[in-house]
Design a protein around this ligand. Sequence first.
Ligand code: KIV
Ligand code: ZN
Length: 529
Amino acid sequence: MSGLEQDRVIIFDTTLRDGEQAPGCSMTLDEKLRVASALRDLRVDVIEAGFAAASPGDFDAVQAIATEISGPVICSLARCHPNDIERAAAALKPAQRSRIHVFLATSEIHRTYKLHMAKEEIIRRAVEGVQLARKHCADVEFSAEDASRTEPAFLADVVAAVIAAGARTVNIPDTLGYTVPEEFAALFGYLRTHVRGIEQVMLSVHCHDDLGMAVANSLAAVSAGARQVECTINGIGERAGNCSLEEVVMALRTRANHYGLEVGVETRRLYPTSRLVSSITGMHVPRNKAVVGENAFAHESGIHQDGMLKHASTYEIMNPEDIGISKSNLVLGKHSGRHAFRERVQQLGFNLDDEQINQAFAEFKKLADRKKEMFDGDIEAIIMNTGVLSADTGGSGPWEMVELHISAGTGAIAAAAVRMRHADGQIVDEASVGDGPVEAAFKALERATGISLDLRNFELRSATTGEDAQGEVTVTVSDNGQCHRGHGVSTDIVEAGALAYLDVINRVCRQQPAHKPPESPAEDKTVHL
Ligand code: KIV
Ligand code: ZN
């Protein structure tokens, strides 16, 4: 069956490629693998794992995902350059099912100012790129970058040429988020009537959200014949982001009566996957975000609450459980056992092995001593932020914060003292003053560990509601031009900040194995409390 005839929409996830290109969203290899396994569990059809030729780190990530993740097609982006295509092919070699995705800009603006190429050269390079990719891989996708601002007749020529060259999927991106639904649907209609052979390929859509229309434009393209949607978790991506996967999937599901199309996504994994990506990237999901925002299923007004009590369908078009949001939010307490904890963790969508459950349960018990009521958000925060899911977190050292003392108040100088233990057994005590307790704690940590960082961003949010809610801190720092993010959670927000800072210090230490604890701490600013 050709792409245009099928009644199923292929979900092509590009969180790890276009999503990762968003400022501040870069991920470590370990984080990419965690996202890739969540995407596999979500049952997306294609995972764009990266742009193998972009850097050795990108190559390694594509190769690792190709090695470890089976089920979805694993794809790498490549420009229409032989080296890019060969790197993509090499990185994808271990994959059970692979795809090379070549792209070239087609619009007049890009031809003139970026590529300095005439129309004929664009067609020649696109064809050569597809042909070379086909030598390495049967599954080749071609994207006409900035397609929505390309002259339709020329776009049709490019599309016809790449189909003849062997592309199986042809992607029509709205690279700048410039188009509007009616215009975009008309462009798909135009291509379908003007390109010979178009019925043999899968037509794909890839939208950016600069005018807030990425989802609407993608759905308009689907209505006009696209059967692959390229999208990202939480809509992360370049500038204003990409089409949001959870929104487009739930629109197709909820309005199946309108679209009449199927999607293979396991929607109950949408919420856990959204939380995972937001925790890893530090890009918080706005409360009012459609589908996965905290308020998406909250009913405040009396009239709505009354209607909901009478029948949920009065004010809910989707069932929160279908997205993986659990109904009962108040969960376990200090006396809850491991069995109940494990069950709750599973209901929240996490697949932890025995060792991870034990570790998470130990953290849960520690927190339960400090907190009256434990909510789902607390359990999520424990799993996401305390090193349970990965070896690549502050939890695995080399530094551990044994004690933190803070002294601060209005009109008083803020001071912090820390006792740190290094994996080699050394204990270091340090202290510092600062412009507030958080800065004092950060400086004390820097002095104790000998790692000095440039703080770029500090974000605090509450993991749950209530007076004793945990604070979740994400810090972004720069170290020799490289960005690192760290997370920390605690019912004490200064401690949450210190743990987040320690998380990044540990990441930096692990990247510099030669790093040793400071021999003798600097004396000038030390404050003995
Ligand atoms: O936005 C875009 O045009 C892209 C292509 C490389 C598919 O991301
Ligand atoms: Zn894009």
